[in-house]
Design a protein around this ligand. Structure first.
Ligand code: G3I
Length: 375
């Protein structure tokens, strides 16, 4: 009888140790796993910045050591009308970052999208001159960067100025000022906070043309003595695009230009996309159809596995190049947050992030934490 009790007791003890270890394992914070390798960041939307999503904020504080605002620092949010700056939400965001010891990223200073019409027009509705636009850009950048001087650690200074074929995007900034708008934006930002890190950020960076275009731009800026600290490779990925090898080529190419590489805006869509290489152009939208929203009742096992493998493969790549990569930032906390539920088709259910709609880490997060640093 004593023997049976002893065996039962040992079994119970073993079970307790096992579940404690699993529990411990599940809560290893990502920021501890990637400590000494790269910052692990996350984008905060309005609900989080205003403290209305406390479960998500707990995840942010446990797992992440860098934050970026998903929307509230864009030109249309900060200066919707000329000279009328609105800093309430951005201030709140920066306070959150400072209180929680985060590496804070400002996103973004110059972007063709989300720049209000007034920025490019005079009082008669006519397009402004080069001089006026430069002055407006200077005022915007100087006002914003000075306000957060010494508090925001790095800025996405210019966003998405190069097209997939490597040519310049024919934005208003480009057509009115010329390619010089990029140099000027970096110079204005540097003058306003000489210590801040300054980045160029873009999507589809694994594409050959874009890679070459961005490298060319970096060389020109460098030759002109312009400070560029890093390049953000937006990680809007899908299950089969892009090829890891192409993404790696770009990490190597940008790093060879003497800048830090950051993986920004990371998410992996599992939904069918109208084109294989969708990029992340918010202006491309397609009509909703039931058949292109296949996972409304949950993600099937086989797709869950593909998503897990894809995340693991990419994190393996990031760890392989941890000497070149200074930050990896997820574009949202839980699947419920993701812009991909509404792009390129409005009203679908996607599963692109590390935490599910119940605020639980997906099982593969545990597997990411077990990838050896160098293989
Ligand atoms: O704030 C309004 C809200 O008042 C209104 O009720 C609601 C109705 O749809 O719209 C809200 O604004 C939306 C905003 O997101 C906040 O949810 C805008 O319509 C919508 O266009 C905006 O989309 C953002 C998009 O950039 C454009 O700014 C996405 O959340 C954001 O994830 C996305 O992020 C961009 C990066 O900044 C740059 N790289 C590509 C990436 C994905 O497009």
């Amino acid at each position: 009888m004593r023997k049976v009790v002893l065996i039962l007791f040992s079994c119970l003890a073993a079970m307790l140790v096992f579940s404690y270890k699993n529990y411990k394992r599940e809560i290893i914070p990502l920021k501890d796993i990637f400590k000494d390798k790269f910052y692990i960041g996350v984008a905060l939307n309005t609900r989080k910045i205003w403290g209305r999503d406390t479960a998500a904020l707990q995840i942010v504080n446990t797992h992440f050591n860098s934050v970026v605002a998903e929307n509230c620092m864009k030109i249309n949010a900060l200066q919707p009308r000329e000279g009328h700056f609105q800093f309430r939400e951005a201030d709140k965001f920066v306070d959150f970052g400072l209180r929680n010891n985060m590496f804070i990223i400002g996103h973004n200073l110059v972007w063709h999208s989300q720049a209000p019409d007034w920025f490019f027009k005079d009082h008669n509705g006519e397009e402004v001159s080069r001089e006026v636009l430069i002055e407006r850009m200077k005022k915007h950048i100087t006002t914003v960067v000075s306000r957060y001087k010494g508090r925001v650690n790095g800025w996405d200074v210019v966003n998405e100025a190069v097209l997939d074929d490597g040519s310049w995007r024919k934005s208003k900034f480009y057509s009115i000022i010329g390619e010089d708008f990029i140099r000027l934006a970096f110079e204005f930002a540097h003058a306003a906070d000489p210590m801040a890190e300054l980045y160029y950020n873009d999507f589809s960076m694994a594409r050959e043309g874009k890679r070459q275009g961005v490298v060319k731009m970096l060389r020109k800026l460098k030759a002109g003595g312009v400070k560029v600290t890093g390049v953000g490779m937006q990680g809007h990925l899908s299950l089969d695009y892009p090829k890891i090898a192409d993404f790696e080529k770009s990490i190597l190419a940008f790093s060879a230009e003497g800048v830090n590489v950051m993986i920004t805006e990371l998410d992996i869509t599992v939904l069918p996309t109208p084109r294989r290489n969708m990029g992340a152009d918010v202006n491309q939208n397609y009509a909703y159809k039931k058949e292109i929203n296949p996972y409304t009742d949950g993600l099937p096992e086989n797709v869950t596995k593909q998503l897990a493998q894809r995340y693991i493969d990419f994190f393996r790549l990031f760890l392989k190049h941890e000497d070149k990569i200074s930050r990896v930032t997820l574009w949202g906390v839980t699947d419920a947050d993701s812009w991909l539920n509404n792009w390129p088709v409005f009203g679908r259910k996607d599963y692109p992030l590390l935490f599910d709609r119940q605020y639980k880490a997906k099982p593969f997060v545990q597997m990411i934490s077990q990838i050896p640093a160098k293989e």
